[in-house]
Design a protein around this ligand. Sequence first.
Ligand SMILES: NC(=O)C1=CN([C@@H]2O[C@H](COP(=O)(O)OP(=O)(O)OC[C@H]3O[C@@H](n4cnc5c(N)ncnc54)[C@H](O)[C@@H]3O)[C@@H](O)[C@H]2O)C=CC1
Ligand SMILES: O=C(O)[C@H]1O[C@H](OP(=O)(O)OP(=O)(O)OC[C@H]2O[C@@H](n3ccc(=O)[nH]c3=O)[C@H](O)[C@@H]2O)[C@H](O)[C@@H](O)[C@@H]1O
Length: 440
Amino acid sequence: MNISVVGTGYVGLVTGVSLSEIGHHVTCLDIDKEKVAKLLRGESPIYEPGIEEMMRQNIENGHLHFTSDYKEACEKVEALYIAVGTPEKEDGTADLRFVEAVVQSVASNIKAPLTVITKSTVPVGTNDKIQALFYEQAEVPVHVVSNPEFLREGSAIHDTFYGDRIIIGADNEEAGDVVALINKAFGIPIFRTDCRSAEMIKYASNAFLATKISYINEISNLCEFTNANVEDVAKGMGMDKRIGANFLNAGIGYGGSCFPKDTSALLRQAENQGMAFPLMNSIITTNAMQQLKLIDKAEARFGSLKDKKVAVLGLAFKPNTDDMRAAPSIPVTERLVLDGATVNVYDPIAMDAAKNVLPKAITYTNTMKECIENAEIIFILTEWKDIVADLLPLIKENGKRVALFDGRNCYGYQELKDVDMEYYSIGRPGLTAKLETVHQ
Ligand SMILES: NC(=O)C1=CN([C@@H]2O[C@H](COP(=O)(O)OP(=O)(O)OC[C@H]3O[C@@H](n4cnc5c(N)ncnc54)[C@H](O)[C@@H]3O)[C@@H](O)[C@H]2O)C=CC1
Ligand SMILES: O=C(O)[C@H]1O[C@H](OP(=O)(O)OP(=O)(O)OC[C@H]2O[C@@H](n3ccc(=O)[nH]c3=O)[C@H](O)[C@@H]2O)[C@H](O)[C@@H](O)[C@@H]1O
């Protein structure tokens, strides 16, 4: 099928590349001309494992093309995906201006009937509004289908080919059939519903995962008071299939481009209906507090962090991505700078992106070795594989006694017992106590 994908960010690019891989002829459009120039050279503007190889192959075999010209993207197109951002506005609602701009551009360029597929995460009822806009503005019939996306950054290609479900929300059955046909070759279970339920499935899913994280983080805080170990607690809970083992990793909270904005947007949707949603309020508050947990712990240990030399390892909101949106490293470095600490930071991939969002008064180091060289305190914020593997040998080699505050519970007691340092993690008081016994 001839398909266009509008927006070549984390979702649009992965969608376009994956659809070309299963045999469709895909044109990806972005208004960012620099991005498009990069894509035309076969370079991915985002860090996402596996994407560049798949992209190049499909450019070479003629299945995949990039443009910034709406006229070109709307020519001979049978289905068009909307995959532009829906960021959080200051009041917590979803900003739909990019989606609206796409609708306007597409409506004024299409010449034949079209199925429009919304991948962007949009509040319930938005697809009805998109449908109405096309009705007003387009000269040909357009049917709008909701097809929310569930990929995770860092494993986006894998998630697209091996996802748990594809949700198709269509009020027009034939348009829903078109989307089912496009996706048939993925071989993933398809669940069909109406547009509004599909929109709600997306928010309810993200908010539920965020709930699991905030819940286990609250439990981890209680574990610290009661001398229980949250890792074992999560394992024991997760063995119950009704609970499930995933998304029970305690840490410094969730970040990223979606959980924070989608939980806020869901809360605002409820409030706009005059409905209180105290649970969602608490999930958001718990997460904001949890993001600063390592600061609390360091202050409890050292009193003030003024003039302390702090190394921050891992800046992206999770490993295997360069995405810095709502990363816990933002509030953490802001607080460290405010408290007067001297801050070195390191991330294997996200350094360039970090420079746009972290406070100015920090030093970016080229290697982890350089980052921790003079540190008295080390924070692990993102569990990059290389950081976890290389840190303990580097601390040993450095020979300087440090306090390591591990925000992602990267190490077990066995790995730590030969390293001369203080160690603090999340929800594992026993581990800290054992180490202190070793070092007294
Ligand atoms: N990032 C993720 O892991 C996931 C994101 N989503 C949702 O997918 C949507 C897109 O998210 P991302 O890919 O992360 O966004 P992004 O910010 O990475 O990419 C959006 C792209 O759209 C382009 N754009 C903006 N206005 C445009 C216009 N008028 N015409 C053409 N292109 C335009 C931008 O230049 C940018 O390249 C959001 O609604 C998000 O909530 C859903 C699931 C996963
Ligand atoms: O709508 C979206 O954008 C996407 O949001 C998340 O994907 P993503 O944000 O890429 O990453 P996750 O792996 O879900 O992690 C999100 C955050 O939660 C944190 N997390 C995750 C799991 C866990 O057990 N504990 C925990 O603190 C991670 O460190 C990270 O900061 C969802 O998992 C995707 O299904 C969804 O499509």
